[in-house]
Design a protein around this ligand. Sequence first.
Ligand code: 13P
Length: 249
Amino acid sequence: MRKKIIAANWKMYKTCSETENFIKEFKILAGNYNEKEVVICPPFTSLYVAKNLLEDTPFKLGAQNLFWEKEGAYTGEVSPIMLKDLNCSYVIIGHSERRQYFSESDEMINKKIKAAFAHGLTPIFCVGEKWEERQRGMTEEIIKRQVKNGLEGLEKNYIENLVIAYEPVWAIGTGHSAKGEDANEVARLIREIIAEMYGRDISEKIRIQYGGSVNPQNISEFLSQSEIDGALVGGASLKPESFWGIVKS
Ligand code: 13P
């Protein structure tokens, strides 16, 4: 059985004090809830505050990005070692906003995934097609390219821990989520690609999330699908009640 995993991607929202308020309130709502895995991914500047507040809870901490080098003259970048030092378990890699606004290529994403695994961080590897690509019937081709290039040369023993988030770009922040069955179809395709690359055993172990306008009302439509093991949540993860509504569904 794959344990369900719900992750909050706060993007560029919340100062340290806002992070503190959120986690304190969330802890009151969620107590020691452990049925699904819960991951909070605040901005880098809030990781230290979040680390201290999450220490006595079952909830995990994640970052939203990393650089692939251990250290060096890379102004403005954050290394996997620094994230490990902050007790991060997860790191989001290849989010469509990073592909779009920061020109992240499949090759860069591949280096980041390798660096994350090499330092004991689990990547939440994001893939997804744009609206015009879906319209042109290119979804399968795009997902195949992103998954294959992103995982190129990765050792088999790492892969079973991988989390892949299927986030159709057109569903992100628009209020128009994908249909549960359509998202499930792409999740099945992702599992097939992993099976081709690494074998059926491993493909059955990896967890696949759906992301894109998830909220407390529509989450069960996704979690009830056979191939979907959780969600990566943006906007609806910014309020403790709403995030808790998604987690406990
Ligand atoms: P929204 O939930 O705000 O659509 O964002 C989804 C997302 O990008 C999570 O990574």
